[in-house]
Design a protein around this ligand. Structure first.
Ligand code: HPA
Length: 234
């Protein structure tokens, strides 16, 4: 047990999938895992452990934003020994060639988040994905037939952003999409020598203001869970 996770030692698998929404964790565990059991209920941030093709897997909600994800990822890594952490989530597209429903796999995640600034000071540390996971996830996503983009994303601290100038600069510099967690996950994985990846589906578009219809969200999420599982055990 840790401050925020009620699981017993040994209840967390070396491979952890992290959706933002705890109810998505519950849904994915029911749909994809054999013998799934709930291992965390603290603050309603549900986590489940079961097996996929005989391999143990935990699916643990991260909550929204880097401060929340950071709490769960820190405890999963430091207290439960998680080795492979894959975020599955949604993002807002920042390029015209990236469309609603496309899959974005984050090679690197830019951020102006303060924990990193505090640690690295004058260094612009570039949080990056684990290459073996990245390569396997790209292959799995393309095998599914998904339009798949690989590159830089932006991990923002705010959903309701007040810096259109910054968004414009990032779009100019090829940043594919915005979300709110990956940079912290990648930084923690680097600090503790673990493997991390963020696999995202485009749920809204910052340039065209389109949004993924609610009825398509479940299928997009299921596709990401499959990509993540294939990548974790490739
Ligand atoms: N901004 C930040 N995070 C997001 C967005 C967005 O537009 N869409 C999905 N996650």
């Amino acid at each position: 047990m840790t401050l925020h996770i009620g699981a017993a030692a040994g209840d967390i698998a070396p491979v952890v999938l992290m959706p933002g929404d705890p109810l998505r964790a519950q849904w994915a565990a029911g749909r994809f895992l054999e013998d799934a059991r709930c291992v965390n209920r603290v603050r309603g941030m549900l986590g489940f452990t079961g097996t996929w093709r005989g391999n143990p897997v935990t699916i643990q909600g991260s909550g929204m934003g880097m401060p929340s994800l950071s709490i769960y990822a820190n405890e999963l890594i430091r207290d439960y020994g998680a080795q492979t952490l894959i975020r599955i989530g949604s993002c807002g597209a920042m390029q015209h060639h990236v469309a609603i429903r496309d899959v974005v796999i984050a090679m690197t995640a830019s951020t102006i988040s303060t924990p990193s600034l505090g640690i690295f000071r004058e260094l612009n540390f570039a949080p990056c994905a684990d290459y073996s996971l990245l390569e396997a996830a790209v292959a799995a996503s393309r095998a599914q037939g998904a339009r798949t983009h690989v590159g830089n994303i932006y991990s923002s601290d705010v959903f309701y952003d007040e810096r259109p100038d910054l968004t414009e600069q990032m779009t100019r510099h090829g940043v594919l999409a915005v979300e709110m967690e990956a940079a912290e996950l990648y930084t923690l994985a680097a600090r503790h020598q673990r493997r991390a990846l963020a696999i995202l589906t485009v749920s809204d578009h910052l340039l065209t203001h389109e949004a993924l219809p609610a009825e398509d969200r479940e299928q997009s999420f299921a596709d990401m869970v499959e990509i993540a599982l294939e990548a974790a055990f490739a």
